[in-house]
Design a protein around this ligand. Structure first.
Ligand SMILES: Cc1cc2nc3c(=O)[nH]c(=O)nc-3n(C[C@H](O)[C@H](O)[C@H](O)COP(=O)(O)OP(=O)(O)OC[C@H]3O[C@@H](n4cnc5c(N)ncnc54)[C@H](O)[C@@H]3O)c2cc1C
Length: 414
């Protein structure tokens, strides 16, 4: 076999996967002086990021058992971190992104009220929740038939596509669409390797475009491909970490009801009974995007059944809201997380090296909110790796990927 002569390209860090995790990390790496690039296979924000509800929260919804869990501790500082970035004073410049709401609500039916009240009375919530008096209620809860109790959380909801666009705009010339039909992993064994698979093994990426061979040698590859990490790890024969999927079936309701709303209705379970976020459409309508227990329990149901449950929930919780002209659809989508004992929810962002290869880091943020935490974890794993501060490598055979459409744009054609 003749040896193929590759055009060798080098960089400090190559990030694989352009969801919020990869994009946020790329911003941090570039501002830290790393010669970093990112590869996305479809469109930026595909899979979970554009399907998310955009809530940047301090974890209060995870305190519904009445105690602060690991999750709520790790996440508590995140809203302040994002706020600083939105105002141009943080470690990532998000001034181009749009805030949909600077708060969201938590409301309860009378049956869950006492547990919530006891918890809120404790100091554990660090002043992030305020009870809303009757005359301060938002329009949707001004109705005389509303009998529950309402709290306001000082957290925020972001327009996710605008966040993705801003993060991508900050890194022009460093984000590329990768075609895996023309790209493959190459396994390097360093000369002093003693065992078959160990820390002396590294990977590179081989590209075949326009009959030219290119090899990208990155000091470090960081996998932030969400559920796509699973297939990459399998292909590379990496045994740990493993991934778990948390399936959901979200409901989308496009309607002319005038009020936007962002909030969780508390039920008897650890997760909110219903979470509503509102997303503007170009034609002036809004989409209410429904998650929470409705979406978790609906994961295996037929779409019609989940929609029927959503209608029942809204009728029970907000009977005065007229959605008679609404269009309904569902979105089956999985959350991708590092595998936990007993399928627990991970407490914080996850990043780890692998025992098989010295230049692969695997990462899942587990929540949009935790991306700043994820970037810190990855950068700390990069440790003493030299920063070359070189200009972006020249990859003229690759073009930039588009930004993913939201699920409601895809379904309702807005
Ligand atoms: C319905 C829903 C609602 C949510 N709501 C919230 C919320 O309100 N607040 C919150 O904090 N979190 C929320 N989350 C969680 C949050 O969305 C995710 O934790 C976060 O978006 C994960 O980002 P990511 O970049 O790791 O993965 P993803 O967003 O899944 O992005 C992965 C990217 O990698 C690309 N990719 C995959 N395979 C490859 C490959 N082989 N090569 C190159 N690219 C590849 C994909 O195309 C995609 O663009 C929600 C999640 C869901 C599903």
């Amino acid at each position: 076999m003749p040896t193929i002569k590759h055009n060798t390209i080098t960089c400090d860090v190559a990030v694989i996967g352009g969801g919020i995790a990869g994009l946020w990390l790329l911003n941090r790496l570039i501002s830290g002086g790393y010669n970093a690039i990112l590869f996305e296979q479809t469109a930026l924000g595909s899979d979970q990021t554009v399907a998310s509800q955009g809530m940047i929260h301090g974890g209060v919804k995870y305190t519904l058992s009445g105690t602060l869990t690991g999750a709520s501790e790790a996440i508590a500082d995140m809203p302040a971190h994002w706020l600083a970035c939105m105002s141009g004073k943080g470690d990532v410049d998000l001034q181009g992104a749009t805030t949909l709401s600077d708060h969201f609500y938590m409301w309860s039916s009378n049956s869950t009220l006492s547990k919530l009240t006891t918890f809120l009375a404790s100091k554990a919530t660090r002043g992030r929740i305020n009870k809303v008096s009757k005359n301060e209620r938002p329009a949707i809860f001004q109705h005389k038939n509303f009998k529950g109790s309402l709290y306001k959380l000082i957290d925020m909801v972001l327009d996710v596509p605008s966040v993705i666009r801003t993060l991508a705009d900050n890194c022009q010339g460093r984000i590329f669409k990768i075609d895996w039909n023309k790209t493959q992993w190459h396994h390097n064994s360093l000369k002093d390797s003693t065992n078959n698979k160990g820390k002396n093994h590294t990977v590179a990426l081989d590209f075949l475009y326009d009959e030219q061979d290119y090899r990208l040698e990155a000091s470090q590859f960081v996998l932030t491909a969400g559920q796509g990490n699973e297939a990459i790890l399998q292909e590379l024969g990496v045994t740990l970490p493993k991934m778990q999927r948390r399936p959901l079936q979200q409901v989308m309701v496009k309607h002319h009801y005038p009020h936007a709303f962002y909030g969780h209705c508390l039920g008897t379970e650890m997760t909110p009974r219903l979470t509503i976020s509102s997303h503007p459409c170009e034609d002036g309508c809004q989409v209410w995007y429904l998650g929470g227990t409705l979406a978790e329990k609906g994961a295996d149901m037929a779409p019609d059944e989940v929609i029927a449950n959503a209608k029942k929930e809204l009728k029970e919780l907000m009977p005065w809201v007229d959605l008679s002209d609404a269009q309904w659809a569902t979105l089956p989508v999985d959350r991708a997380e590092p595998k936990q004992l007993n399928f627990a929810r991970p407490d914080k962002a996850y990043a780890s090296t692998t025992k098989e290869y010295s230049n692969i880091i695997v990462a899942w943020p587990t929540k949009l909110t935790l991306c700043p935490n994820l970037a810190d974890e990855v950068i700390s794993l990069l440790g003493q790796q030299p920063v070359t501060s070189s200009p972006a490598p020249d990859l003229p055979f690759l073009s930039p990927p588009p930004i993913a459409k939201t699920p409601w744009q895809t379904v309702f054609g807005d």
